[in-house]
Design a protein around this ligand. Structure first.
Ligand code: ADP
Ligand code: ZN
Length: 432
């Protein structure tokens, strides 16, 4: 069952031909922006044309810095009049990153979103509650347009206020929820505190989770808590937002829509493609965006291509769940650590909750890594032997995973400060 059978199951040769044609169009459009218009490697190709997909490697990369340095209008290819929406990602330092969309772009994005949701089993008979901030963040409106295009009854609930979320679910019989994974454990606690069981007291059958890194172990936890399937949704504002790559019913990696993007995975040091199946930085080129095409955009997200065609029949390749970001890597005592390695261990222990944070400090001129984890309510007692044992177990398991011995701190449930949106897990307080 497909949203658009022909394009989703297109044979690889035809898909590549489509990519070549669309890339030619994209370059022609891109050079209308002041940024790409002055890059000769791109203007030259506009004259000579693209003949094979391999030629993508002759084009220059675009980086987050390029977007920031050319803020606010440097990447816009059309007049402001044609632009109907902008989105912007958080940008905690310097200029934010802004992406512009004309009407074509918004329609095409909504279609990709509908296609993605359909692949995860969502249908027009579903009641879809979007628990996500509406505004500059793409998880709100990006989903909204897709849900409407698909034809579900949409509930644009926005983020937060768990009691109200639960009431909406029960009043309107919500069947599908989209939320960031770090929120769902908290939502479950509120269900429990209200004496409710989501398995019995709601009609939920599907979760769509994404927008932030999470492990397979975290997904399994969510599925077990609620008794529903949770599908991974990946995207970034620069590539629209959600609807870039999505899990189908097989839940075996995320189909990345290759009629809309050219996907490369490179070694972030050498900038050359990694061997097939190896982890590297995801690089993407838009193929169906007019107001702001991006060429070979370095996402900083780390993933790999998965082998073999999916059982679902879709021919678009699959990427593995994001294992980290190039700028997420913690270097401590000569070891490279990704937060997800630590999360993987935490999520395996049923005595601890989903909330944790990693604090890096300097003690006696030495770097130390502190892992603070909330113990689950049912386990939080005055039993010091239990705490000592749990602490030891976590310390060993984390050390085996990351090769550095952490200082584990077990804390009371609910005591770790929560961020409003995506979870902030790492705090670097080391002396520089
Ligand atoms: P911000 O940088 O403000 O968070 P975005 O909303 O554009 O802005 O965030 C996109 C980033 O979120 C991606 O580059 C990726 O690092 C992360 N992300 C999005 N979806 C997922 C996912 N399913 N798994 C892991 N990381 C994700
Ligand atoms: Zn599939």
């Amino acid at each position: 069952m497909y949203w658009e059978k022909e394009i989703e199951t297109l044979d690889r040769k035809s898909l590549e031909k489509l990519q070549v044609d669309r890339l030619t169009g994209t370059l022609g459009q891109a050079v209308k922006s002041s940024y790409y218009g002055r890059i000769s490697e791109i203007t030259d190709f506009v004259e000579s044309g693209i003949k094979s997909i391999e030629q993508i490697s002759e084009l220059p990369f675009t980086t987050k810095e390029d977007l920031r340095n050319n803020f606010p209008w440097g990447f816009l290819t059309t007049g402001k009049k044609e632009v109907i929406r902008l989105h912007s990602s958080s940008g905690t330092t310097g200029n934010p990153i802004v992406v512009y969309h004309n009407r074509h772009d918004i329609n095409s994005w909504a279609n990709l979103m509908a296609r993605s949701l359909f692949a995860a089993g969502v249908r027009d008979t579903d009641v879809f509650q979007n628990i996500c901030g509406y505004g500059l963040f793409t998880g709100g409106l990006g989903f909204q347009y897709g849900i409407e295009k698909l034809g579900c009854l949409s509930i644009p609930a926005g983020a937060g206020n768990s009691l109200r979320q639960i009431k909406l679910m029960r009043d309107f019989g919500t069947t599908v929820v989209h939320a960031i994974p770090s929120y769902l454990g908290r939502l479950y606690d509120v269900f429990k505190a209200e004496g409710l069981d989501p398995r019995k007291d709601t009609n939920l059958h599907t979760f769509v989770v994404g927008a932030e890194p999470h492990t397979e172990e975290h997904r399994q936890r969510i599925e077990e808590m609620f008794g529903v399937k949770a599908y991974n949704s990946f995207g970034l504002s620069e590539m629209n937002g959600p609807g870039v790559a999505f899990e189908c019913k097989e839940q075996n990696g995320l189909h990345i829509w290759e009629d809309a993007y050219i996907v490369e995975i490179i070694d972030p040091k050498t900038l050359l493609p990694v061997a097939d199946g190896e982890i590297g930085e995801l690089v993407m080129t838009t193929l169906d965006r007019q107001a702001m095409p991006l060429i070979r955009y370095r996402t900083r997200d780390l993933t790999r291509f998965l082998p073999d065609q999916c059982e679902c029949g879709r021919t678009h390749r699959r990427i593995d769940r994001i294992s980290g970001r190039t700028d997420d890597m913690i270097i401590i005592k000569g070891c490279n650590i990704f937060p997800m390695q630590i999360e993987k261990v935490i999520m395996k222990l049923s005595e601890v909750g989903d909330d944790y944070r990693i604090i890096l400090e300097t003690v006696d001129s030495q770097d130390v890594i502190i892992v603070e984890v909330e113990v689950k309510k049912d386990w939080f007692s005055g039993d010091t032997t239990f705490f000592d044992k749990l602490k030891k177990r976590l310390t060993h398991l984390i050390r085996d995973e990351v090769l550095v011995s952490p200082v584990v701190k077990l804390v009371e449930p609910g005591s770790i400060p929560k961020s409003e949106g995506k979870a902030v897990r790492v705090f670097d307080c080391r002396k520089k």
